[in-house]
Write a protein that binds this ligand. Structure first.
Ligand code: BGC
Length: 505
């Protein structure tokens, strides 16, 4: 039956190709990507592991943020801590080449510095071992919104320069203990949005800001956003230097930094909107990418923010410049930018949004499928930043968390089909993009929406104490794609939904 379906699919595709469907260019398969291009999916520690107070793990700022605001939380999440073997089995059946996950700093080193938690260490060794045993390449992120609460209480976490030393020591443990199997390290997950959400807007951990009515007990949106951004860059550079000095020759891996990359498009073709769009790109992406590639902040930020923007010493600038072997791109959103003369600060003091000054109308990731935006980002990075190696560490589609609806997630397939096709176009245009990870491998605790919406290829029944996983249509589709079945370039239709792998368990 499978074979007959595949044969029919092939014939239909060939017929379409011969009838002028872009002379075959609309049909693509995994084999059209360069050899070695990694295809995977991802999760993060807090969103997947659960077991938050087991085996010596201590709270991270994410635990505290949710508990103090009485929100849904990741106390159990997908229970990945206990179900990792089952999950690796699913990854292998899906045909993933690579898997992206993060290490919980406060599981590995409970207080963030000092002694290693042996059970935490064992968990990550087992998990990595299991991935490797199944031929899946681990891509590890060291910080995904979850630095240890202990360090937050002790000295203010990322607002304090002291964290650079502790973060470097934590990375040293990871390289030493896991580096024989792990070749791809990302220091910080979407550093720009972590900073804006956690220190400017206060709507993500650790929830610091100076906006009235946002439940922030501490913070200063005017200054902390830039201080934290600065410390993240210096911490990344310090870790990258450590890797080069101590591990790279033996382990042969690479260390990258990841950024949330929105596509900004001028809302009209006026000169003002074009300039405003450039400014939005400089604030969101250039803020951290420019130091990593060229050693300093964009001029427009230095001019606007003045003394609130920390300054790199000559030595720091040299350390940060060239410290990222690859750029991890996280892409979901596209936004229209309109110039406005003044963007008043909601808190009465200047902050990131008022400094940036534009009116930005974000087109939600729920409703808009705009693969051209992905292509645009990759082209922009290629042209503006010297075409660095890129891994797309997250891209995917959110839908309401409704088990029934989730199983038949055709819109997600259309989305992935279109976006992976866009990546292929960018690669064909010369972008040095080397990998693509669907967010997320399974439904999990979502950063902004808890369990109300989800991105997973697999659903998780969160009402079931066993957290039963089931493949959605998108899991079948992705699996088929990874196993070489052709699909269309662009969202022209879904050509393959069946694949050889076991269903619901
Ligand atoms: C974050 C993930 C999150 C996803 C979807 C990304 O910005 O890295 O943790 O779940 O967005 O909201």
């Amino acid at each position: 039956m499978e074979d007959v379906f595949s044969l029919i699919t092939m014939i239909v595709l060939l017929l379409l190709a011969f009838h002028g469907f872009g002379k075959c260019s609309n049909v693509y398969s995994r084999n059209d990507f360069p050899e070695g291009f990694a295809f995977g999916a991802g999760i993060s520690a807090y969103q997947w592991e659960g077991a938050v107070d087991e085996d010596g793990r201590k709270p991270s700022v994410w635990d505290t943020f949710l508990h103090s605001r009485k929100k849904d939380n990741g106390d159990i999440a997908c229970d990945g801590y206990h179900k990792y073997k089952e999950d690796v089995q699913l990854m292998a059946e899906t045909g993933l080449h690579a898997f992206r996950f993060s290490i919980s700093w406060s599981r590995l080193i409970s207080n963030g510095r000092g002694s290693i938690n042996p059970k935490g260490l064992q968990f990550y060794k087992n998990f990595i071992q299991e991935l490797v045993k199944h031929g899946i390449e681990p891509h590890v992120t060291l910080h995904h919104y979850d630095h240890p609460q202990y360090l937050e209480d002790d000295y203010g976490g990322w607002t304090n320069h002291q964290i650079i030393k502790d973060f470097t020591a934590y990375a040293d443990v990871c390289f030493r203990e896991f580096g024989n199997h792990v070749k791809f390290w990302t220091t910080i997950n979407e550093a720009n949005i972590f900073t804006i959400g956690g220190y400017n807007d206060g709507n993500s951990p650790p929830g610091r800001c100076s906006f009235p009515g946002r439940n922030c007990t501490l913070g200063n949106s005017s200054t902390e956003t830039y201080i934290v951004g600065h410390n993240l860059l210096l911490a990344h550079a310090s870790v990258s230097r450590l890797y080069k000095q101590k591990y790279k020759d033996i382990q042969g891996g690479s260390v990258g930094f990841s950024l949330f990359a929105m596509n900004f498009t001028p809302s009209t073709n006026s000169k003002d909107d074009e300039i405003a769009t450039k400014r939005a790109n400089d604030f969101y992406l250039g803020w951290m990418l420019e130091p990593l590639i060229y050693g300093d902040y964009p001029d427009v930020m230095k001019r606007t923010i003045g003394s609130r923007l920390p300054v790199f010493s000559k030595e720091e600038s040299e350390q940060v410049k060239g410290s990222s072997d690859f750029i991890g791109v996280i892409h979901y959103l596209t936004a229209l930018v309109t110039n406005i003369d003044i963007n008043p600060s909601l808190s009465g003091i200047p902050d990131f949004n008022s400094d940036m000054g534009e009116s930005i109308n974000i087109l939600s990731m729920r409703s808009v499928v705009s693969p051209w935006a992905m292509e645009g980002i990759l082209e922009y990075i290629k042209q503006s930043y010297g075409n660095p190696p890129v891994y797309i560490l997250e891209n995917g589609k959110t839908m309401n968390q409704d088990l029934e609806l989730q199983q038949k997630d055709t819109p997600r397939i259309e989305y992935l089909d279109a976006y992976i096709g866009a990546v292929l176009k960018a690669v064909r245009n010369g972008s040095d993009t080397r990998g693509y990870f669907v967010w997320s491998f399974m439904d999990l605790y979502e950063l902004l929406n808890g369990y109300k919406s989800s991105f997973g290829l697999y659903s998780v029944n969160f009402s079931d104490p066993h957290r039963k996983r089931s493949p959605k249509l998108s899991a079948h589709w992705y699996s088929g794609f990874l196993k070489g079945k052709p699909t269309f370039l662009g969202s022209q239709g879904i050509t393959q939904l069946h694949s050889n792998f076991s269903s619901s368990r």
